[in-house]
Design a protein around this ligand. Structure first.
Ligand code: FDA
Length: 393
């Protein structure tokens, strides 16, 4: 016998669980289906295991989308404070790390436990390790074929996320469903992802692998001031992940290392104080030693600081604080934290996430063309889009 629910949610991630909580809380019968063994796997590994569950500064300005206005309504109706209220009601201790980023004190698992307990209270049913084989429109809703028989629903919510980290069960399922119903997709690409370098540059930079420094990374008019990390594959760290969402193949980025310091002035002061010291010695007081050595050697500088003209010092400082690099590529979906692009927002109602052309069909979370910066914004979008959808079901 085919089971019937008011709402079937596909995907027990951040957005799907929030939607189920809200819809179930409003008395709807809700079934959540996921093919994974456990719900909220990305929550579990997020924020280094502590889940950066929101950002107190979250607003539409922190998101990339073909329509930057689309996210405004949901973000205004479910705010970081609203999520924090739930976190606090469950007694989960949290702290602000930096830049408005809120993390659990203990473990990301606390967030999963909280969502599961809220789902239980809302009588939402969760079924795991179930493959969805077909989705069909019926007269008054949808029939969802699964590895375990079919279910019917008046409303169908697609919350299966994006393509990042296929090893964790990420699929392009949401985009396939969108296409099946004739909805447009904004081209998808890996975002919040480390950038790779061509073999020549990589070899030159290999002595720097493992070094982390404060930096400002620029791409056109966009700039992020956070840590930069040199790796054995290329460039990483929060500043690079942030800029990766804006970077495109062939583009250059500009690195400003220690952007708060006036490196030229420090070198000139060092020259005045003791002209017999090497440029590398002064630089090593403000930069990691290997980095200082790299920049001095790259410019072929030897001898005493006293032998360097103002121009030579300015040029050395420029190579550190105005360093243009052309990344070769990115590490791709294998390590990307999110997927840029997705279901075209012009196809969806921003207040409910319902497909305008397919009444009863909804898309929420990462599969929608709304992608946040690094720092808790992506979860805030998942909570907010899930909440407004659940509110309308
Ligand atoms: P999500 O991916 O969470 O859930 C989708 C669910 O659908 C999964 O449970 C999956 O198994 C299921 N599914 C997929 N295909 C299916 C199919 N065909 N059939 C059935 N089920 C299917 N963000 C942030 O704000 N703060 C942070 O700290 C981090 N940290 C972080 C670390 C790492 C390593 C990654 C990869 C990502 C982050 N993120 C993050 C991003 C964040 O995890 C992401 O934006 C949200 O999890 C998106 O929530 P969704 O519910 O949309 O998808």
């Amino acid at each position: 016998m085919t089971r019937k629910f008011d709402v079937v949610v596909l995907g027990a991630g951040a957005a799907g669980m929030m939607c189920a909580i809200r819809a179930g809380g409003r008395g709807r019968s809700v079934l959540v289906i996921d093919h994974a063994r456990a719900p909220g796997e990305k929550i579990r590994i997020s924020g280094g295991g502590r889940c950066n569950f929101t950002n107190i500064h979250a607003g539409a300005k922190n998101f990339l989308s073909a329509n930057p206005h689309f996210a405004k309504s949901a973000l205004a109706r479910y705010t970081p404070r609203d999520f924090l209220d739930m976190v606090e009601a469950h007694g989960i201790a949290w702290h602000e790390k930096t830049l408005g980023q809120l993390f659990c004190d203990e473990s990301a698992r606390d967030i999963i436990r909280m969502l599961l307990s809220e789902m239980k209270a809302a009588n939402a049913v969760l079924e795991l390790q179930k493959q969805v084989t077909t989705v069909e429109k019926t007269l008054d809703g949808f029939r969802i074929g699964t590895s375990d028989g079919s279910v019917e629903a008046l409303s169908l919510v697609i919350a299966t996320g994006g393509k990042s980290i296929p090893k964790m069960g990420a699929t392009g399922f949401a985009y396939d469903i969108a296409r099946q119903f004739g909805l447009k997709i904004v081209e998808t690409r890996p975002a919040l992802v480390p950038l790779t370098l061509d073999p020549n540059l990589l070899e030159k930079l290999s002595p720097l692998s493992g070094i982390g420094v404060p930096a400002e990374i620029r791409h056109g008019r966009t700039a992020f001031r956070e840590a930069l990390l040199f790796t054995h594959r290329g460039l990483s760290g929060p500043s690079i992940l942030q800029i990766s969402s804006y970077w495109r193949e062939g583009d250059e980025i500009t690195l400003a290392i220690e952007p708060d310091l006036d490196i030229a002035a420090a070198l000139k002061t060092g020259r005045k104080a003791n002209g017999r010291q090497a440029a590398q010695t002064v630089l090593a007081e403000i930069l990691p030693k290997r980095l200082a050595q790299f920049f001095v050697e790259s410019r072929g500088i030897t001898g005493h600081l006293a032998d360097l003209s103002d121009k030579a010092i300015d040029s050395l400082a420029g190579s550190i604080q105005n360093w243009t690099v052309r990344p070769a590529g990115s590490e791709g979906y294998r390590t990307a934290e999110v997927t840029l692009g997705g279901v075209d927002t012009s196809e969806l109602d921003s207040k409910t996430m319902q497909a305008k052309a397919v009444p009863g069909l909804y898309f929420i979370g990462e599969c929608v063309d709304v992608t946040g910066w690094l720092g808790g914004y992506n979860f805030q979008w998942a909570w907010a889009s899930g909440h407004v959808c659940g509110e309308s079901l």
